[in-house]
Ligand binder design. Structure first.
Ligand code: THU
Length: 129
């Protein structure tokens, strides 16, 4: 079991948000996650002139996670560039569920909650034949 340093994860999320490419919304979003081997991976949103193909911070985090060795996500924090807590959007909850499953912990306005609470009754790998 890896110990979660939530203050560090939140700080790393804010730092990541400050690298965001968000000329359209102006909302800098950063995500930071602890992996089961103890490393921290981060991501920021990357927008696009074709608005619908912009990437959320959690999606670029997923890329770094896989590229740097994969494993399982244990805990994740999402923050704006000015430090406000942001919740992962619905699509990103699905992305996080794939990589961390029901036990993965999320920093929410209601406290630290597992993905089983953040995305209840999720569709996941176990539903595929
Ligand atoms: N955004 C994220 O990066 N993650 C989320 O979970 C919610 C939304 C980004 C997408 C877009 O660049 C900006 O926030 C405004 O929607």
């Amino acid at each position: 079991m890896v110990d979660v340093d939530w203050d560090l994860l939140r700080t790393r999320a804010v730092e990541a948000a400050q690298s965001a490419y968000c000329p359209y919304s102006g909302l800098q979003v950063g995500a930071a996650a602890l992996c089961d081997d103890g490393r921290i991976v981060v991501g920021c949103n990357v927008e696009n002139a074709a608005y619908g193909v912009g990437l959320c911070a959690e999606c670029t985090l997923a890329g770094q996670f896989v590229l740097t060795g994969g494993g399982r996500l244990v805990a994740l924090a999402c923050r704006s560039g000015t430090g406000e807590l942001l919740m992962p959007c619905g699509r990103c909850r699905q992305v996080i569920y794939e990589l961390g499953g029901a036990p993965c912990l999320i920093d929410t306005p209601s406290g630290i909650l597992p993905m089983s609470r953040v995305l209840p009754d999720a569709f996941g790998p176990e539903d595929l034949p």
